[in-house]
Design a protein around this ligand. Structure first.
Ligand SMILES: [Zn+2]
Length: 200
């Protein structure tokens, strides 16, 4: 386990920079209220502090087609990062996990060492976020339906989230030696989750 790879998991820990500035689009603001925007900002920042390589401004827009959407590019010669979420008044706050997954897409777009697939985005997000922020199961990784259903149950959530987080770190740091690190995670997590849910 080399030091450099662990740093990828935890973000550049030596940099105590504040979370990125949020710049909301009008459609997003129009479908929220001040209380929801305040709650969204607090939740977003609680996740974004684990992505200290993302500096500057993130534009927050609205999507009605996805649970979350990450966009990067340039406009007028300036680079921009934009994340879109469903309207807060209608859907409530996005989960911390979905926010983390979309932030990891922004990291993917800047860090050429991270594979650009959805499933690797899930692995890197699970590895990056502490278990306490894994309030939703990974979006694209396969897991048995009963495990997905049990993810947020008070009896199992903490153990499932911790197992998912620790196995994701292991999968990520060994991926150079194990090209099938994603299916490795899926298999190992399913075995572990079956033991957690089965009480063994
Ligand atoms: Zn995604």
């Amino acid at each position: 386990m080399s030091r450099a790879r662990v740093d990828v998991a935890n973000g550049p820990a030596e940099d105590p920079s504040p979370p990125p500035n949020l710049n909301f689009t009008k459609p997003f603001l129009d479908r929220a209220n001040a209380k929801l925007i305040g709650e969204f900002t607090a939740r977003f920042e609680s996740v974004a502090i684990h992505f200290s390589e993302l500096k500057g401004e993130i534009r927050i827009g609205m999507t009605t087609s996805y649970n979350g959407l990450a966009l990067t590019g340039t406009k007028g010669g300036a680079a921009f990062d934009k994340l879109c979420f469903p309207p807060l008044c209608r859907k409530g706050l996005p989960s911390r996990y979905v926010i983390g997954h979309e932030l990891m897409h922004l990291v993917q777009s800047k860090d050429g060492s991270i594979p650009l697939t959805e499933r690797s985005c899930d692995i890197f997000t699970l590895a990056r976020l502490p278990a306490s922020l894994l309030d939703h199961p990974p979006l694209y990784l396969r897991m048995p339906r009963e495990v997905r259903a049990a993810w947020n149950s008070p009896a199992f959530h903490r153990e499932l989230a911790e197992a998912a987080h620790l196995l994701a770190i292991e999968a990520m740091v060994t991926r150079k030696e194990n090209a099938r690190y994603i299916s490795w995670w899926e298999r190992r997590f399913s075995e572990k989750a079956a033991r957690i849910i089965g009480g063994r």
